[in-house]
Design a protein around this ligand. Structure first.
Ligand code: SF4
Ligand code: SF4
Length: 211
């Protein structure tokens, strides 16, 4: 039996994983680590790049612009709600051009998926991209480079309404699955995504309070 503690309440839960795959359908974000990519490259698993996408939150203006910029440019919001973001991008144009080139040339646009609504501010520095766009890396080397640039990659969930690697109730890459999956759910993951514990309690069939 595994034990997990709710970081919000301190309540401890025990669970026996019965490999039902439910958490792979309702999962929190599965974030890809450099160690995952290196392991896949070492094992010749280039195919896994097909199931990954850029987490657009990690390249959204809101993630890239320091809060101090917003407070310094707050007045311009009245005339143009996106004013501070546009001003920031304009003053860091070379960096945004480089980021846009990397994202658009080294990834393929695999369409849109899911119903998640994004920030009101569009990705105007990424033509043709909105918050639901699935940007899929062309290979694992791209993922490694992207992580170095600060881009976060996650498993594609929006196409099958489940992880791209879930087949039936089973993980088709079980022997090389990401560390995030192998460790699921651990304190770090539960704290990273506020609703992760709530989702885990709702979907996991093997869980019970440990006292
Ligand atoms: S990689 Fe495997 S274990 Fe991880 S979410 Fe996908 S199907 Fe589930
Ligand atoms: S939902 Fe729970 S029991 Fe089902 S695979 Fe995930 S951890 Fe295991």
């Amino acid at each position: 039996m595994f034990v997990v503690q709710d970081p919000r309440t301190g309540v401890r839960y025990g669970y026996d994983c019965i490999r039902c795959g439910a958490c792979c359908r309702h999962a929190y974000e599965i974030v890809i680590r450099t160690s995952d990519v290196e392991r896949w490259m070492h094992r010749g698993r280039e195919d896994i790049a097909r199931g990954l996408q850029v987490d657009l939150k990690s390249v959204a203006p809101a993630a890239l612009i320091p809060l101090s910029w917003y407070s310094a440019h707050d007045a311009s919001r009245e005339a143009d709600p996106a004013g501070p973001e546009r001003a920031f991008v304009a003053s860091h144009q070379a960096a945004f051009d480089g980021l846009a080139s990397f994202l658009l040339e080294c990834h393929e646009n695999a369409g849109t998926g899911g119903t998640a609504t994004g920030p009101l501010v569009p990705f105007w520095f990424l033509p043709g991209v909105d918050f639901r766009t699935i940007l899929r890396p062309k290979n694992l080397g791209i993922v490694k480079r992207g992580i170095e640039l600060g881009i976060q990659y996650v498993m594609i969930m929006a196409i099958k309404d489940a992880c791209a690697f879930l087949e039936g109730d089973a993980c088709s890459i079980h022997e090389v699955k990401p560390a995030d999956c192998a460790e699921y759910p651990v304190k770090e993951q539960l704290e990273r995504e506020p609703r992760a514990m709530e989702k885990f309690l709702a979907v996991c069939k093997g869980i019970r309070e440990a006292g």
